[in-house]
Design a protein around this ligand. Sequence first.
Ligand code: SAM
Length: 304
Amino acid sequence: MHIVMDDYGRKLKGLRLSLTARCNLSCFYCHGEGQAEGEGELSLKEIDRLAENFARIGVDNVKLTGGEPLLRDEISSIAKSFTTRGIETGITTNGTLLLERIEGLVEAGVSRINVNLPSVEPRIYEMVTGRDMCTKVIEGCRRAREGGLDVKFNVVVLRGLNDGIEHATKMLEIARASKFNIQFIELEAPSNQTESGFYARHHVSLNEIENWLSGIAVERTKKEALHNTSIYILEDGTKVEIVSPMGNPEFCNRCTRLRITASGKIKPCLFLPAGQSIRELLDDFPRFKAVVEGAWLQRKPYFR
Ligand code: SAM
């Protein structure tokens, strides 16, 4: 095993691999994983080589993301490149194509999906995403759960749209009925944009939701791996996570994840620019590893 470690003692264990910058929704708050459309996407064969190289470095989990990863027709084969190497594989998706793709994903051994669901109310969902697909997404989530996948809703909380307790209660009802978990996510912006009008208009603290949760949960734990977020566990076992990155000095402390853009560029952190491409290095493991190591060393906790 060829271990890669940064100056803060954080070992490279996970990948966040974008499969495409394309998306079929237009969520107005979306940071797009900090990548632009238009560059050639890694092919299935290239992704398979990439999975092999990262397995040698000791990566044991991957999150496939985008853009919208389920737009890739070969999504199941892509997932298999990781699962067959013992890499735990999850997908972050908007869920609009789950009904079409779920059979292949189950067969490929995908274990979890995070589904971007700003609301379970079709009217609010459409205002945020630009499309009337709320019902289809929830149905896709149910099918995924029946197939044995863990399903978690990603709810980016937006002032005046989905930030009330009444709204959160509705989300929770749907989640509990089908055994989904939820994470409420604070709207995130690069540190140089927190003064912007957009941020001021839409950002809201998660304190109110967190206070409400602490009143109805039977237990609170911390997810120490990765982002040190709080998890509230309800009586029936439903888990509700609070993800508050802004101004949180602990958020990046345990980050062990490297980002790769859809065209194979390394992005050491969401808020660092995409750097060197590893596309040309896939058949040269020593150089591949050296470049990955160089990028890994650039990472510094965001709120220090
Ligand atoms: N298309 C997929 C989706 O909708 O989940 C994957 C890409 S999307 C960029 C990944 C996740 O980023 C979304 O699920 C959403 O929770 C999160 N996200 C996007 N923009 C964000 C923002 N400005 N602040 C916080 N989270 C954001």
